[in-house]
Design a protein around this ligand. Sequence first.
Ligand code: GLN
Length: 481
Amino acid sequence: MRIEALTVAGAVEGLRRKDFSAVELTNAYLAAISRRDHEIHSYLFVAEEIARASAKIVDRGIAEGLPLPALAGIPMAVKDNILVKDLPLTSGSRILEPYIASYDATVVARLKTAGAVILGKTNLDEFAMGSSTENSAFGPTQNPRDTSRVPGGSSGGSAAAVAGDLALAALGSDTGGSIRQPAAFTGVVGMKPTYGRVSRHGLVAMASSLDQIGPLAKNVEDTALVYQAVAGHDRYDATSSEKPVETPSPVSLAGLRIGVPKEYFGQGLDPRLSDTVRAALKKFETAGARVAEISLPHAAEALAAYYIVMPAEVSANLARFDGLRYGFASAPSKTILDFYKDTRDRGFGAEPKRRIMMGTYVLSHGYYDAYYLKAQKVRRLIRRDFEDAFKDVDVLMGPTTPSVAFPFGAKSSDPLAMYLEDIYTVAVNLSGVPALSLPCGTVAEAGRALPVGLQIIGSWFDEARLLGVSKVCESVLGKIF
Ligand code: GLN
């Protein structure tokens, strides 16, 4: 079995035809992990025995002639800020060690119902804060396309696992770009669904008004299959929508209205990415799409608004890690306050500390109106930009990131340079719309073909069309990896 050539849909078909068993499929991935993951470090924890046991159950179902569920036997990876019962969860931080999850996140329960085999938990920037996975307390993940470069972040482990054939698909989380940016850097597909489309129950909260869980996979069809399995209302998440989940249907490029925000091609964008994205747009136009430049007038304010709203919510959400309720605790101190301080000082890395401080500052008396309230108002304007844009176009397209995957250390000592990575992705979270990153070409650097991501943005709860459009674009672009 050549796992490099497998897709989710193809693997389910292979099981149905009895080309291989679910145990053989799982074993092939476990073997690849033990052979190659010391180089990539996409996993923080591999659940070999549990994975084999769930594969066996799928094989039993096949032997009994039961109908195969959508993800039957599919070996998948789960970002380590999403709870999988009985497996460790670190969220990339020392402060949670040695926490073991006591229940399944809703998305994980749904994957299991759909027959998926969970191979293990993937690496991430600490508490999903970062764009390179260099902020993980357990060491960085390497980009399988070029191991001297970062895989992006914060879902860098999930993206690297899919790109490196160490999982057939994965779950990530996206608060400001953490699914789309690593998908772009590693040449896979990654989608952030509409806020409220996928349950956040069992996700370690970073910024609750922005966080969404979503799939990463090798192609759009596989992305859609995983999305379909996890999306839909959940009574354990009060923000989850009751709208029914629509099945993606084929879309034609003929007459499709594609809006290209001019603000997404400004200063700071590597011209090679600009050229690659524009060449892709040209192909869609030749295939019949109506491509028009549009404006998102408040795009320039998105990053600033995000880096106020997000840390404000981070500072509240991370207050619960106090050494008493979960994981790591420092030695007893004289006072409870000293104990909290010592635990948090030793348990958190630099980036969570930085954000807790920023968040506390923007929420504090005297600064609340000037920063937090103002950012919330800007957020409303950013949302209105998208409302206006979707009156005239079906989808928006532009680059996912301003650069290709960068070398280790290139931005890790300069937080602002790292934050600038999120320039094209955060507005989507601030307004709640769904967006997907699709590989659209490569840039040659030092003898390597580095992936370029095309960001396709849809209107609220319009995932069916977003996935349909992405699929036809993928076929127009042809094979990239
Ligand atoms: N890179 C962004 C940040 O550091 C996004 C993180 C995310 O989406 N979890 O905040």
